[in-house]
Write a protein that binds this ligand. Structure first.
Ligand code: SAH
Length: 308
């Protein structure tokens, strides 16, 4: 069978020479074969990964290195026992803006959020509001989220939190977050859209008449690109901030260095002699006054500082 032709073929035809099956396209056939191959090799891959993990643990143990938190200590790091009462919510109500691939990416980002939160000594009070089907379906497929230490809600966030509690995080907000408060619920839009849906969460917050704010990125870091971060980066920045109370540290721990231009506050330094290349061209240290930095920020929008 010439699989490079654009003809419709049947899976049965392709696999067994049975012409009675429903015809499928060349691309569907390719996808099915790929999926079959992946399923066949899955078990073997898992086994190899497990062996590799075991080997690494044994090697680290032999070198006397710390093996990270134990299962037992992780159990103690529960949201209930956490000293941190800051609520962070991922709003999974954007299915219609994502294709299957992006929904998968979102689920991976949610898994990452869970993983970093779980490993923190004082985890955030993590909520997932999944009123939409597709993201929930994906989560259902990975299954283990049902055992997660997370507040899972099937309802839209508007039914879970009071309007006055909500602070919708969005890079388009003119308000800049200065601190986090336990009587607020900070919402991260569960959306992977490659910036196709610009301003979506800001419009949503305005429509629902709830507060909104952007992270104070511009005060500490200059990004090479727009200030829109991924769900997991935003979540982890909030987590790191609650650990240290220091936004700058939080940004530098989380945002990949290749995306940043570092800004350093140093008095009595002329802005003109600021640029000095580091080992990576991605990082340029600038000795500047914060005010200069603010003025230079690409956003000319007025920003009001808020303690949301
Ligand atoms: N295109 C979407 C952005 C998706 S990014 C939009 O314009 O609304 C995923 C989520 O991360 C956003 O919904 C927002 O909650 C959060 N986010 C990303 N960058 C942010 C920033 N700089 N400040 C605050 N929240 C941000």
């Amino acid at each position: 069978m010439d699989c490079t032709s654009g003809e419709q073929v049947s899976e049965g035809q392709a696999e067994e020479g049975n012409s009675a099956e429903t015809p499928i396209s060349k691309n569907q056939l390719k996808r099915l074969r790929k999926q079959k191959k992946w399923l066949e090799s899955k078990g073997e891959k898992r086994k190899k990964e497990k062996e590799k993990r075991k080997r690494k643990i044994a090697e680290a143990r032999a070198r006397g290195e710390s093996l990270g938190p134990t299962r037992k200590s992780l159990k103690e790091n529960s949201m209930k026992n956490s000293a941190c009462k800051i609520r962070v919510v991922i709003d999974c109500s954007f299915d219609k803006y994502m294709n299957d691939k992006d929904t998968m990416k979102l689920v991976k980002q949610i898994q990452h959020c869970y993983s970093v939160n779980r490993r923190s000594a004082n985890p955030l009070q993590f909520y997932l509001c999944c009123s939409d089907g597709k993201t929930k379906e994906r989560l259902d497929r990975i299954g283990d989220y049902k055992n997660w230490d997370v507040n899972f809600r099937d309802d839209p966030l508007w039914d879970v939190f009071e309007r006055e509690e909500i602070v919708y995080l969005t890079s388009d907000s003119p308000n800049v977050l200065t601190e986090l408060q336990p009587d607020k619920a900070y919402i991260v839009g569960g959306l992977v859209d490659h910036n196709h849906e610009k301003g979506l969460c800001h419009r949503l917050a305005e429509e629902k008449s709830v507060s909104h704010a952007q992270l104070p990125i511009g005060d500490y870091v200059k990004l090479n690109s727009r200030k829109v971060l991924t769900v997991n980066h935003v979540f982890e920045i909030l987590l790191r901030y609650t650990e240290t109370g220091n936004w700058e540290n939080a940004f530098y721990q989380v945002i990949p260095q290749r995306k940043t231009v570092k800004l350093e506050v140093e008095k009595n330094t002329e802005p003109s002699d600021c640029i000095e290349s580091e080992e990576s061209e991605d990082i340029i240290k600038c000795d500047k006054n914060v005010q200069d930095i603010r003025e230079e920020n690409e956003d000319s929008k007025p920003k009001s500082e808020t303690t949301l």
